[in-house]
Design a protein around this ligand. Structure first.
Ligand code: ACO
Length: 309
């Protein structure tokens, strides 16, 4: 869906969307495509790249806020479709930080020895929770999925450090009011869009810049590294201006950030793994590179990870 498509449905312009967000296009899944279908494709591609068989996977973690069903988890749906006979499968609800949270959980499972190979995916059908009458949010979001296989290894490479944090006092800055126990959708439910994303973008923007910067510095500090040691930053793709502001504060040139926001928009939990996979397949990552990942989203929740490839 292009910016021109949005010009036809809400009061907006390609110029506004491009200059305020950096987004030109986003991918919208067809009605019959569910979050699990996209997650499945991504998991299969990751397993193929890792030369890994389904029976070797000990756990599947899917970051998503757009599950196929309220119950069971989307991860369990993917498990059945794959199938993954020897795995535990569960979702992580951490909005745009869903993949980083999944990565941190997977790392812990491997480090304590409860898993050897873990599939971590981020998958979203944000179009299903987007209010296409709200110009302040509808132009931002897209659908997609990405995944990685994490496995136990010895040596200096791998997920070296992770950092996770949230602040629930700002939860209503980005939320869906209806559809849970607080405001169930009943037969008298008014068509008032409260079952779709509502966002206070400008306040989130400021916290996102501050906390994404801090999260990056925290994992670098934990590893005894500096910004100069980072080969590539793979940030959550919410807004090009947020990424530029973080780059400036970290003193890392923008050309060391992987950017694809122009083509996908904000895909929430899928954003970081989508960008990571694109960067990898484009040959922008080589063994030994320090990759810094960082994400921020509704909760509010944020996190970072330092990976030596
Ligand atoms: N087209 C034209 N005008 C628009 C549009 C649009 N699509 N959207 C908003 N405007 C208008 C507003 O109505 C406002 O007009 P007014 O001044 O007459 O009231 C004006 O543009 C400025 O609006 P702001 O909201 O202040 O614009 P801002 O520069 O802050 O950009 C944006 C908005 C892009 C949403 C930005 O605030 C942002 O990116 N915030 C962070 C979003 C984010 O990171 N969310 C977390 C992750 S998402 C997740 O977890 C699922």
């Amino acid at each position: 869906m292009t910016n021109a498509d949005f010009e036809r449905i809400v009061d907006t312009s390609d110029e506004w969307i491009t200059t305020r967000t950096g987004i030109k296009e986003r991918r919208i899944a067809r009605d019959h495509i569910q979050t699990s279908d996209m997650a499945l494709e991504a998991c299969r591609a990751a397993m193929e790249m890792a030369s890994c068989r389904p029976d070797e996977i000990d756990a599947l973690i899917v970051g998503t806020v757009t599950p196929d069903y309220p119950l069971p988890s989307t991860a369990c749906v993917v498990q059945e479709k794959m199938p993954l006979p020897n795995a535990v499968a569960f979702d992580v609800v951490a909005a745009c930080a869903g993949f980083i949270n999944g990565l941190a959980i997977a790392r812990s499972m491997i480090e304590i020895g409860s898993a050897r190979k873990v599939l971590v995916a981020g998958a979203e059908k944000l179009s299903s929770i987007t209010n296409y009458e709200d110009r302040g949010t509808c132009v931002l979001f897209g659908d997609g999925a990405g995944a990685v296989v994490l496995e136990a290894s010895v040596g200096d490479r791998g997920v070296i450090s992770t950092f996770l944090r949230s602040d629930g006092s700002m939860r209503k800055w980005l939320w869906i009011e209806a559809g849970g126990t607080n405001r169930p959708i009943t037969k008298d439910f008014p068509f008032d869009h409260t079952d779709k994303i509502l966002m206070n973008g400008s306040d989130i923007y400021k916290v996102a810049v501050r906390e994404m910067t801090r999260a990056c510095l925290k994992v670098l500090d934990d590893c005894g590294l500096t910004a100069d040691d980072v080969a590539l930053v793979v940030p959550h793709q919410a807004n090009i201006r947020i990424i530029e502001a973080v780059a400036k504060r970290l003193h890392i040139e923008l050309d060391r950030f992987y950017l694809n926001i122009d083509r996908y928009g904000n895909t929430s939990a899928a954003s970081v793994p989508l960008a990571l996979d694109e960067a990898n397949r484009a040959g922008k990552i080589k063994p030994g590179d320090n990759i810094l990942m960082v994400a921020f989203g509704g909760g509010l929740i944020w996190g970072s990870a330092l990976v030596t490839w």
